[in-house]
Design a protein around this ligand. Structure first.
Ligand code: ATP
Length: 356
């Protein structure tokens, strides 16, 4: 026995709807990659999510975070249920993990692959290739201890946002670093004209951090203009950095213009060693197609590639990413219906296994 084989402890939260459906089909592929590159996974599977909520009144057990804390990484399939409000799934599972493990970088690559048709006229393979760095722990989703409320008896609701120097600086710096390693262009997206406190503070910090990165050109856009420009001139973007809310919106635009929700991967990354990061497809539980075996597994496969890169298995990560690129650029390869084909999840995964 080879005593030097690395084993990664991976927490699996398959979740709801197409989450478990896709993960069950894709796991043998992930196992293949580990075999090919000489490492091992030790999986722990958690049945948390909306089914768990309907039974127990909470999305995960009280000590859920503690159970995940020692993992090398976490993979989440999808959460959501037609009868469970979205704020329950968000506040019951996703936000506690993102905040509890200080996963302050939400990284979402948006690439138009060869063989995928963008809804934008005239855009082809390689024309769109940008990555969004979304602040993931504070901002507009910060729930500032008890101040948020919907006034009882008053037709008023209060919802504030929290921007700290530490929180803003670290996401901005991570984005600058990414830009420096890519094309050297950073776009900071705000609403500084209307939100004169938080967003002007953000602007000041971008200005300060930019001095550490003289090789990176900085563009500032208001979120309305940025939404327009992602449709009008997406080829000009390299790295975008934005607050929690704005990043959330921009990444959905990104997913659409690059072809399909079924292709968009994401990582909730804690850059240090202290806590595990979590990887998940951008799409939700897709209740409209659940059980049909036609969910596109590629967003999950690309998310798994990001997971591998994050734990340091870069060659394996590249192999998985390249298998996906190879498959979608091959007109004769199986495709799921969201990409215009008639193949099922299994056929797509089997084809990927043969490409590794
Ligand atoms: P949730 O509440 O879980 O976010 P949702 O239906 O609001 O669910 P998504 O699950 O992201 O949001 O689904 C949006 C649309 O995209 C649906 O029509 C769904 O079928 C489709 N879709 C999402 N993911 C995939 C996928 N992996 N393969 C194919 N279609 C998908």
């Amino acid at each position: 026995e080879d005593q030097t084989t690395t084993t990664y402890d991976i927490e699996l939260i398959p979740g709801d709807g197409i989450g478990p459906e896709v993960l069950d089909v894709a796991l043998p592929l992930f196992q293949d990659v580990a075999d090919d590159y000489g490492f091992e996974f030790d999986f722990t599977r958690r049945d948390w999510g909306t089914e768990y909520y309907l039974e127990h009144g909470e999305m995960m057990p009280e000590d859920g975070l503690a159970e995940l804390a020692d993992a090398d990484s976490i993979f989440l399939g999808a959460v959501g249920h037609p009868e469970v409000p979205d704020h329950v799934t968000l506040h019951g599972l996703l936000l506690p993990i993102r905040k509890g493990f200080d996963q302050y970088v939400c990284k979402r690559p948006n690439v138009l692959f060869e063989g995928i048709e963008s809804p934008l006229k005239g855009y082809g393979a390689g024309d769109i290739d940008f990555v969004v760095y979304r602040e993931n722990t504070e901002g507009e989703y910060a729930d500032i201890g008890g101040r948020e409320h919907r006034g009882l008896g008053h037709e008023t609701a209060v919802q504030s946002a929290l921007f700290t120097r530490q929180g803003t600086e670290r996401i901005v710096r991570a984005a600058f670093q990414a830009a420096a390693e890519r094309e050297g262009h950073l776009t900071s997206v705000t609403k500084s004209n209307a939100q004169a406190h938080s967003m002007v503070f953000w602007d000041d910090i971008v200005e300060e951090v930019s001095e550490e990165y003289p090789g990176v050109t900085v563009e500032r856009l208001l979120v309305d203009a940025a939404s327009m420009d992602l449709i009008r001139r997406p080829h000009e973007f390299d790295v975008l950095v934005a607050s929690n809310l704005f990043g959330d919106v921009l990444t959905d635009i990104g997913a659409q213009i690059t072809g399909s929700m079924g292709l968009a991967p994401s990582g909730n990354i804690h850059p240090g060693e202290e806590y595990p990061s979590m990887f998940e497809p951008v799409h939700g539980s897709a209740p409209d197609i659940v059980g049909e075996g036609v969910a596109n597994p590629l967003a999950s496969v690309l998310s798994w590639s990001m997971l591998l890169e994050d734990v340091g298995e870069e060659a394996a990560a590249d192999a998985l990413w390249s298998a996906v690129i190879g498959q979608i650029s091959d007109q004769s390869a199986p495709r799921t219906p969201d990409l215009g084909g008639d193949a099922g999840t299994e056929a797509v995964v089997e084809d990927l296994r043969s490409r590794l």
